[in-house]
Design a protein around this ligand. Structure first.
Ligand code: ZN
Length: 684
């Protein structure tokens, strides 16, 4: 077989695979490949067909991107085809594209571009006649899509009627319908709690939602829309793409707030880097930037080739999904004894780094995924978030699934051998051994020394492990007993680093009360709660002696957290460690105290919803002025703040003739008192 014949065979095989994955992706909404992996298959086919054009046939996936419309939806022929975009993967490739554009039209100087985030959603076409939405359609294969009018009408971001004036009699708006990440997470949490099927990622979630034959189901999904171009625009002759976006905005069509105009390469690169840095904070998933030559006259001059415009390109970001093999599952013991299953993966490049571990959260999640050792899994890694296993690719399992080992929670703690407990109704299994479990001890010590806690520079995980193994440190206070000789005796520890570590331990004695509280590693007490506790009580002793009721007065502290704090300080061992730490010289500045506490002696109750602030914020501000904030109304209540939705507590207040104010009145009062306080603080 010569190379040409081999290529012919490969082309045939590739087409088969691509058709299969297209069907999974577009028709079943159940992909088996990460997009980047699919793209690689597709790119390979394009390359081979370019080399051997004689093998190109009309039904090759490269000639008909997309999938057959579902038979249950009517087909819609697009009056102007919906083009797809060429892409580039690096700034160098982008520079080459820019140079090609300029040379093609003999352009001196820098092009003006528009840059828009490339949303990971579903492309749609919205037809407006005399400003009224008459039809919504999917992109389909670019020529023919599906009529999803009833479904797009349920998306709040899609205007049913355009605002303002001046729009063409027939206007086709193109955009991307997507599911915001917060909505996606909330939907999945609710679905998981109800024992229903969860969605794989926001893009599939959007596609699946729009494909519901019952529009009521679509309406229940948190979908949104960004508009990015005009298809058919009868009689309207805008000069630039940017002016289209501006007109859209005026007509009530949603434009991405990050859309920007740039000039020349350098500004485009700045845009790419800036958006990438903010990728995790956008609130929706993106996979790159769409760059368009802004001037329509230049766009016309550049033209299109094989249904891709030459004047636009997608600058792609590193993929956040990949498939890999599950090699096994480890069970890790956290500092509070929680046992977490961790997936051991065949190393894979995703989200810009190589990963070999992913969290599985808990055994409910393992059961939901129906995970077995040897499975091919889809993993997702976005930003600093711990990589997650999203789903199992079931079709890659051997015929006999039962031969694959199941994953079971061990009966005994892998670190100390204690019998693992999982209380009725709780998701998390725990080792009950507390500080006698070396794993919990080690995790607590790591936490104590960590950056946001006592911040002992250089006291990394490996060092803590050594100190624990050699029994040089058992409790956090032992860090402050370490001698220079002991430190120098550790493995891979030179004189210089021993000096540094000793000084770092010394320096960490000078801390803040909030850091100290956080460092103690009380269950449910994160950084923010530690800060609230520190600023509320001001002094460690007051916190140690606080009753459940007093703890519950702190902003962000509910009954569960209050109970954990109480439990912690009631424990004799913990008390001893805290005393020891203070004796060893751990200290923090004395609290700042307000000069005036105008609401001292008053008890307030907040009920219903507030608009300008959360109830916790309102609580914190009242407490800062000296008031107590209670959870129930009694005859001794000074005042009740009632927002919309207030129920029983409001009725009680009226019965007991307790004064009631609304949010506006509360804000007025807070502002007055806070201003009178004059910001005067004094050291106590
Ligand atoms: Zn244990």
């Amino acid at each position: 077989m010569d190379e040409r014949e081999r290529s012919a065979a490969e082309i045939a095989a590739l087409r088969e695979r691509i058709r299969y994955h297209l069907h999974r992706y577009h028709v079943l909404d159940d992909p088996e490949l990460a997009d980047s992996e699919y793209d690689a298959l597709f790119d390979r086919l394009v390359a081979l067909e370019e080399r051997y054009p004689e093998f190109v046939v009309a039904d090759s996936p490269t000639q008909r991107v997309g999938a057959e419309p579902l038979p249950a939806f009517d087909s819609v022929a697009h009056e102007l085809p919906m083009l797809s975009l060429d892409k580039c993967l690096s700034e160098d490739e982008f520079a080459e594209w820019e140079a090609r554009c300029r040379s093609r039209v003999d352009y001196e100087g820098d092009f003006e571009f528009t840059c828009e985030p490339k949303i990971d959603g579903v492309a749609v076409s919205l037809m407006y006649e005399d400003g009224v939405l008459v039809r919504g359609a999917t992109r389909g294969d670019g020529q023919t899509g599906e009529d999803i009018t009833a479904n797009v009408r349920t998306v709040s971001a899609v205007p049913l009627r355009l605002l303002g004036t001046g729009y063409p009699a027939r206007l086709e708006v193109r955009g991307e319908i997507y599911m915001p990440t917060a909505g996606f997470r909330a939907f999945n949490e609710a679905a998981a709690a109800a024992g229903e099927r969860t969605l794989v990622n926001p893009r599939n979630a959007a596609a699946g939602s729009l494909r519901q034959l019952d529009p009521k189901l679509t309406a229940g999904r948190p979908l949104s829309l960004f508009c990015y171009s005009a298809g058919l625009r009868e009689g309207w002759q805008p000069a630039t793409h940017w002016s289209v976006l501006e007109a859209f905005r005026e007509w009530g069509l949603r434009i991405n707030p990050r859309a920007a105009r740039t000039t020349g390469l350098a500004q485009c690169f700045d845009y790419f880097r800036g958006l990438l840095a903010d990728r995790d904070e956008l609130g929706y998933e993106i996979d790159g930037v769409v760059v368009k030559v802004d001037d329509f006259a230049l766009q016309d001059a550049l033209g299109s080739v094989t249904r891709k415009p030459r004047w636009a390109i997608a600058f792609k970001y590193p993929s956040e999904e990949a498939t890999t093999i599950l090699r096994g599952v480890d069970f890790q013991v956290g500092r509070t004894g929680a046992i977490t299953p961790v997936a051991k993966l065949e190393p894979v490049f995703v989200g810009g780094v190589t990963i070999s571990n992913a969290t599985l959260h808990n055994m409910d999640e393992v059961a939901r995924l129906d995970l077995r050792v040897g499975d091919t899994v889809l993993v997702h890694r976005a930003g600093d978030v711990i990589p997650q296993v999203m789903k199992v690719i079931e079709s890659r399992r051997p015929a006999d699934v039962n031969e694959m080992p199941r994953i079971a929670m061990p009966e005994h703690c892998p670190a100390c051998g204690a019998a693992i407990e999982r209380p009725e109704g709780e998701v998390v299994a725990r080792c009950p051994a507390g500080l006698t479990c070396p794993a919990q001890r080690r995790e607590r010590l790591r936490h104590f020394a960590s950056r946001l806690a006592m911040d002992i520079e250089g006291m990394g995980e490996k060092l803590v492990d050594q100190l624990v193994t050699r029994e040089l440190v058992k409790d956090p206070s032992d860090f402050y007993r370490l001698t220079r000789e002991q430190v120098e005796s550790l493995e891979r520890m030179g004189a210089k680093s021993a000096d540094n570590l000793v000084s770092a331990v010394e320096a960490s004695r000078d801390t803040t009360l909030a850091r100290f509280i956080y460092a103690l590693g009380i269950r449910e007490v994160g950084e923010t709660t530690a800060e609230s506790l520190a600023s509320h009580f001001g002094q460690l002793d007051k916190l140690r002696d606080a009753t459940l009721e007093e703890l519950a007065e702190v902003a962000d502290v509910g009954p569960v957290v209050a109970a954990r704090v109480r439990e912690f300080f009631a424990d004799e061992h913990n008390g001893g460690v805290v005393d020891d730490l203070v004796e060893r010289g751990v200290h923090w500045p004395a609290p700042e105290r307000r000069v005036s506490t105008p609401l001292a002696g008053e008890t307030w109750v907040i009920t219903g919803t507030l608009a300008a602030m959360t109830r916790n914020e309102a609580k914190a501000r009242l407490v800062a002025l000296g008031a107590k904030v209670a959870g129930s109304v009694s005859a001794r209540t000074t005042c009740v703040v009632a927002g919309p939705g207030a129920g029983g507590k409001l009725e009680q207040a009226q019965q007991l003739k307790v004064p009631v104010v609304d949010e506006k009145q509360l804000l007025g009062k807070l502002k007055r008192y806070e201003a009178n306080d004059g910001g005067g603080h004094e050291e106590s």
